[in-house]
Each structure stands twice: as structure tokens, then as C-alpha cells.
Design a protein. Structure first.
Length: 256
């Protein structure tokens, strides 16, 4: 386990679900000896999970991240040297699968392909790790390239940055690859809720960044009574938002 793995473990432990369950477990352990403190920990733990599972809360958290990046059409894109699409967009092949599995983050690849076909840039650079971890039998890099090819992007127009294992690494290693090819102005494609941190990282690496959002989570996510019915999807979205706020504060805010 390296430093990056430890960072990811620490982040996972302070996500709403993990932190709430840990508080609840501590409360159960304390309730027999320190009843009031144990009950308080249980209420705080499960209260945290319940609040973060509300669509209204998840939408509000996501809206704070996505507000500066409204959806746009590829027809009126700003020309650039390359389109950079970040990983986290597709599940690599696992044993028994014939095709990679798509999820909400796959919108990143659709958006990158649309930008390419609209003539916004002549190159699509895939920035993600090429590690193959069990039970996968292929890397996300390969899966992303295959889907882009199926969406009509020629492999000759693709570049691969395969060493970055997080956003900071994506920016640093993309700099080493792309700027050596004279690429400085990029259309940066990632999930809208991830764009604020990603844009800051790539600007710090020396790129002229045009942010392009995909996988929007806060647009018409809920209406009326549905906003106050807890759900697993809302809990996941709240966790993603907390991770982004924390990542931005540590990687960007503390370095200014």
C-alpha cells in the first residue's frame, strides 16, 4: 500500500456513510457505560447518513460544485489544441465480460466524442491509469479508447496518458506528454462536479483550460416531495460532493 492508497483509504473513512456507521458503532459501544454520550454518537452517526441521503441535500451540495459549469453544446465550442478526457468514465473489462460496463461517468466519453466530431480539436487525449487490478482483465485506458473508437474517434487521433492515478497526477503527467507536443490549450472534459478541482490542477500545470462538463448531477434532480425521500443515489452523490470539496481544499486551497 503506497501513499496514494492511504490517501484514498482516509478519504473513504470520512465519507458520510463510513463516518456515520463508525459514529453509530462507537455509540453502541459507549451506550452501556456512558449512556448520554453513546446515544449522542448514535444519533449523530445515523443522522448524518439520513441527512446526506436526502436528494435536496445532495442536489444542493452538487449545485455548489457545478454552478460555474453550465451545460453547453459542442456546436459552439472554443477551438483548442486537444481534448483531454479524464478517467473514472467506464468500468474496465472484468472476468466473464465481453464489453466494458458503462455508468454515469461515461458521459465524459460521449462529450469528448461530440467535441471531436464538431471539429473543436484534432486530438483526444485519454488521461487515466493503465493499471490492471483484479478482477479486471483490462485497463480503463483500453476500455476508454475502445468506446471512443466505437463512437467514431480514429485511434490515430488519440493520445494516452497512463501514469496518473488521481487528478493531480493526471495534470502533471499530461503536462509531460502534451506540452512536449506543443499542446497548451485544452478542452478539459470530466464530470461537472469534478471540474472545479480538475480545472485548477490543469491550470497549475500550465495549461490554458476550457472546462467542459458532463455527468451533471444537480440539474432537475428532484422535485417537490421527492426531494425529501432518502435514497441510495442521493447518499452516493453527497459522498462525491464531500470528496470534491475536501479534495479542492487540500489540493488547491492550501497551496494558494
Amino acid at each position: 500500500m503506497d501513499w496514494l492508497d492511504l490517501q484514498r483509504l482516509a478519504t473513504a473513512l470520512i465519507m458520510p456513510l463510513s463516518l456515520g456507521l463508525m459514529l453509530g458503532a462507537v455509540g453502541l459501544a459507549l451506550v452501556w457505560r456512558m449512556r448520554w454520550l453513546g446515544v449522542l454518537a448514535i444519533v449523530c452517526g445515523f443522522g448524518l447518513i439520513g441527512v446526506c441521503a436526502l436528494p435536496a441535500v445532495a442536489e444542493s451540495l452538487m449545485a455548489g460544485l457545478e454552478a460555474g459549469y453550465p451545460p453547453g453544446g459542442s456546436a459552439d465550442c472554443e477551438p483548442a489544441d486537444a481534448i483531454v478526457v479524464l478517467g473514472g468514465a467506464i468500468q474496465p473489462l472484468v472476468e466473464g465480460d465481453f464489453y466494458p460496463r458503462l455508468h454515469r461517468g461515461s458521459d465524459r466519453l460521449w462529450e469528448a466524442a461530440r467535441l471531436y466530431h464538431a471539429g473543436c480539436a484534432p486530438v483526444v487525449a485519454i488521461s487515466t491509469s493503465a493499471l490492471v487490478l483484479a478482477p479486471n482483465r483490462g485497463s480503463e485506458t483500453e476500455a476508454m479508447a475502445d468506446l471512443l473508437a466505437n463512437l467514431g474517434v480514429p485511434r490515430a487521433a488519440m493520445l494516452w496518458e497512463t501514469r496518473g492515478r488521481n487528478t493531480q497526477g493526471n495534470a502533471a503527467f499530461s503536462k509531460a506528454l502534451l506540452q512536449s507536443l506543443g499542446i497548451h490549450r485544452v478542452l478539459l472534459v470530466t464530470s461537472a462536479w469534478h471540474l472545479r478541482r480538475a480545472e485548477a490542477m490543469f491550470q497549475h500545470a500550465g495549461f490554458d483550460v476550457v472546462p467542459v462538463g458532463a455527468d451533471f448531477r444537480s440539474i432537475r434532480a428532484c422535485r417537490g416531495f421527492d426531494c425529501w425521500v432518502p435514497g441510495v443515489g442521493a447518499l452516493e452523490a453527497s459522498g462525491l460532493a464531500v470528496k470534491e470539496y475536501l479534495g479542492y481544499w487540500i489540493q488547491v486551497g492550501l497551496t494558494k
